[in-house]
Write a protein that binds this ligand. Structure first.
Ligand code: SF4
Length: 149
């Protein structure tokens, strides 16, 4: 199963903010540069994370993005579900003019749904804070301290 680009980006943004140095509040542009992703895509993801209550934005001079307490404790499974949506992993209705001929009674479809849920459920016990423990956190700190070229 391959995640949408926006799902991976949402997790990258949250991890980057989870190690914000000394309470610093990086801007969306700085986070995009640190994570090597386009600003416009990052801005859309940040807006969704704000809507979910996981990221707060402070405006004005010295403003920027900060992870909320809810964001720090958020389950990776919840975030992945929210960005991936609840759709099937296979587009059974979209193959050919009338969809797949097996779609009205396909056992594979049910098995894939269960596999998808098992995938999400395996990420439920992990939090954003867990994701930045150990070497990942050190790496993120190094990245965030490196001045842009
Ligand atoms: S075989 Fe089953 S899972 Fe695959 S497209 Fe057809 S209905 Fe969907």
């Amino acid at each position: 199963m391959r995640l949408l680009r926006s799902t991976d980006l949402a997790l990258r943004v949250l991890m980057r903010l989870a190690v914000a140095d000394g309470g610093s509040t990086p801007t969306t542009r700085e986070v995009a540069a640190d994570m090597h992703v386009p600003y416009t895509h990052t801005a859309k993801v940040v807006a969704e994370l704000q809507h979910m209550g996981l990221v707060a934005a402070r405006r004005g001079r010295g403003g920027g993005l900060a992870l909320t307490e809810e964001g720090r404790a958020a389950s990776v499974g919840r975030i992945v579900r929210a960005f991936e949506g609840e759709g099937d992993v296979v587009d059974c209705e979209g193959t050919g003019p009338t969809g797949c001929p097996l779609s009205s009674g396909c056992r594979l479809r049910g098995a894939l749904r269960r596999a998808q849920e098992a995938f999400f459920a395996s990420l439920d016990p992990l939090t954003v804070a867990d994701m930045v423990a150990g070497p990942t956190g050190s790496l993120l700190l190094d990245i965030s301290r490196t001045p842009p070229v």
